[in-house]
Each structure stands twice: as C-alpha cells, then as structure tokens.
Design a protein around this ligand. Structure first.
Ligand code: SF4
Length: 189
C-alpha cells in the first residue's frame, strides 16, 4: 500500500545513499528506477550491470539497447514506461543477487510499484520472476499473464539473455507484441 507523502523522488534519493546491504561496497552508483512515474507498464529486471553502475541509470548498456529496440518495434516508447530492477546496486561480476540482497532491497521495489501503480508489471527474466512470484522457469512460462494480489504480471525473457543466445530475439519480440496488445486493450477500458 502506498505510504502518505512517499514519492519516486524520495525513493530515488534513499536508493542513491543506501547502505543497507553489502552491494553498496563495490558500486560506483546505485541505480534507482527510471521513466514515467505514472506509467501503465513497469519493467522489472534483475540488477544493474557495468554500464548501469557507471551511469546510475537502468538498462543503458547492451541489454537496454535491445529492450529499447524491441519496445520501438511494437510501438511502445521507453520514456512512457517505468524501468527498474530487483536490486539497485550491481552485484560483483554481474553475479545473481542473493536471496538476502533481494529481500533487503525489496522495500524500494514495493514502494515503486505502489506509487507507479502500473496496469501491467512486465517481469524480465528468472531472477525477477523468482523474487516477485516465486517462479523458476521463465522459458516455460514466458508470454503468460499472471494475476496476483490485484496486480497483473506478464512474463518474458531478460534482454541480456539475447546477447548470448540470439534465438531468444524472436521470443522477446513475440512477447512484447503480446504485451503491447494487452496494454492497448487496457488503455481503452
Ligand atoms: S542493493 Fe538495495 S539494499 Fe543493497 S545497498 Fe543497494 S539500494 Fe541498498
């Protein structure tokens, strides 16, 4: 539930100076979410990578480029969505964040979701799937919508996975088409 007087700006300020878990020790910058705080679609990835850590913004490296291109192909505009990660600081060597790190950082994510109040939360990859819905196989469930606790989730692969497996490009594009269709339907209702 949204707390009175909470705001995306407040969360961002807290994230930037947060030292609640050990991921703060190796970061260059913490990486709060970015985009339209009134967006109808929120994307949630795993964690910042090297480029994101350097710039302090999410999805600005190769994975971000893939995401932007795929959004554009289906007619979605990056500046009109909100993009964030399960954890806001880069894990060393881009390892998967631990359960403890995800748990400690979860309050920021929950507050972002409450304030933006998106119509659809698009989960990018297995870590976000595990963290938000307790799921495991993103490839086995991608392309699906899941309704839980008054939120509508959509599952797809993480754009970074395409860097190593180009066969996933078609899958991401198909899923984004599905997402864009549902988004347009919801905007009309
Ligand atoms: S990962 Fe999250 S909880 Fe850990 S230091 Fe960064 S902002 Fe704080």
């Amino acid at each position: 539930m949204e707390m009175p007087n909470d705001s995306i700006e407040k969360i961002h300020a807290e994230v930037i100076s947060c030292k609640s878990c050990d991921l703060c020790k190796n970061r260059t910058n913490a990486v709060p979410g970015d985009g339209d705080s009134k967006a109808s679609i929120m994307f949630i990835g795993e964690a910042p990578g090297r480029n994101e850590d350097e710039k302090g913004k999410p999805f600005v490296g190769m994975a971000g480029k893939i995401l932007d291109e795929t959004l554009a192909k289906v007619g979605l505009i990056r500046s009109r969505v909100y993009i964030t990660n399960v954890v806001k600081c880069r894990p060393p060597g881009n390892r998967v964040p631990t359960d403890d790190e995800r748990q400690v950082c979860k309050d920021y994510l929950e507050r972002e979701i409450s304030i933006v109040s998106p119509k659809i939360i698009c989960i990018l990859g297995r870590t976000a799937y595990q963290s938000l819905l307790g799921g495991n196989s993103i490839l086995g469930n991608r392309g699906k919508f899941i309704q839980k606790d008054n939120r509508l989730y959509f599952l797809t692969v993480h754009p970074a996975a395409l860097i190593y497996n180009n066969k996933l490009r078609k899958i991401l594009e198909l899923d984004m088409e599905t997402l864009a269709r549902e988004y347009r339907r919801l905007e009309l209702t």
